[in-house]
Design a protein around this ligand. Structure first.
Ligand code: MF3
Ligand code: CO
Ligand code: CO
Length: 304
């Protein structure tokens, strides 16, 4: 159910939705405290007023172009993954391709001070790994998370790659995490609520024996990299924002083999599993259409 060619309902103005109930606390778990005024949108912040933008037809065209560029970049970059390459080398390839082939900008570079053009999260790194000079080795798994800024709009997507020979353990984690993303994507349609999607992702992932990271979430996206709504990968059915045509947001579940708990390293970016268990993540940027969804960052060889 992808690739709806037309968005017929066009809203010429940005509409603002208020919703005080989009953060769902989990009754089965203790609350966590990550709230401060500088918390970026990829960290859930409870009890905030939400401002969700509905994109115009013109904006949607630009989102399509940005998403396509991000998809091409991720495909290209994934092909470079092999034992011996460093994540800094991947970073340089990313930056060069973004500038010279895509005629675009790497949104991560200098974003809230992030020092590189791509996030490279290896093994027990959950997200926001900073490229470095350590070579990837046989058996590693790595998430490459790219965000392209093109003509004023963002496309954000990530995927997992195996280095050398896959292990059964990492392959199952990676496959389950991708399936969790696809389960979320296939639900996207007007009238569906974000809590329904979070719930489905959580149910599926936990039934498979993995834990879902809570401290980071998907997000609205457009001319702003991270905007409302926050898209949690866990939740309660029938709660949260109701989707409308013209909304654009990411879904980007992070699953751990061990416990869900994470910590941020002293570099103020790198997020790792507390128990050092392996973690996986996949991400797409989506558009809510009149009758479902469009995957704006769909890769050429990819079937949802
Ligand atoms: N691309 C990440 C996301 O999916 C955000 C990375 S922010 C950065 O939301 F600064 F680390 F690049
Ligand atoms: Co994102
Ligand atoms: Co991303």
């Amino acid at each position: 159910m992808t690739g709806f060619p037309h968005v017929t309902r066009i809203s010429g103005i940005t509409r603002f939705l208020k919703n005080f109930n989009h953060f769902q606390s989990d009754p089965t778990d203790k609350p966590f405290a990550v709230v401060n005024t500088r918390t970026p949108y990829f960290q859930p912040t409870p009890f905030k007023t939400m401002t969700v933008t509905i994109k115009t037809a013109e904006e949607i065209e630009k989102m399509r172009a940005a998403g396509k560029a991000a998809a091409e970049l991720l495909s290209m970059l994934g092909k470079q993954v092999a034992p011996g390459i460093t994540t800094n080398e991947l970073n340089d390839i990313c930056e060069e391709y973004t500038q010279n082939t895509l005629q675009a900008t790497s949104a991560p570079l200098n974003y809230h001070g992030f020092p590189k053009s791509v996030c490279t999260s290896v093994n027990h790194v959950v997200c926001h790994g900073i490229p470095n000079d350590k070579p990837l080795k046989n058996g590693d798994i790595v998430n490459l998370d790219v965000t392209v800024l093109k003509d004023g709009y963002h496309g954000d997507t990530s995927a997992m790659f195996q280095v050398g020979k896959p292990t059964i353990k990492s392959q199952r984690l990676i496959d389950t995490c991708r399936e969790a993303l696809l389960i979320g994507i296939r639900m996207v349609a007007p009238g569906v609520r974000l809590g329904d999607i979070g719930h489905a992702i959580q149910q599926f992932s936990e039934a498979a024996g993995y834990s879902v990271v809570r401290e980071y979430c998907g997000h609205g996206i457009g001319s702003v990299f991270h905007e409302d709504p926050q898209v949690l990968h866990y939740g309660v059915k029938g709660t949260g924002l109701e989707l409308q045509p013209g909304m654009t947001f990411t879904i980007e579940p992070m699953l751990n083999i061990g416990k869900r708990h994470v910590k941020q390293l002293n570099d103020n970016w790198t997020v790792v599993t507390r128990d050092r268990s392996l973690s996986a993540q996949w991400e797409h940027t989506l558009l809510v259409t009149e009758d479902g969804y469009e995957v704006l960052t769909l890769r050429h060889d990819e079937i949802i």
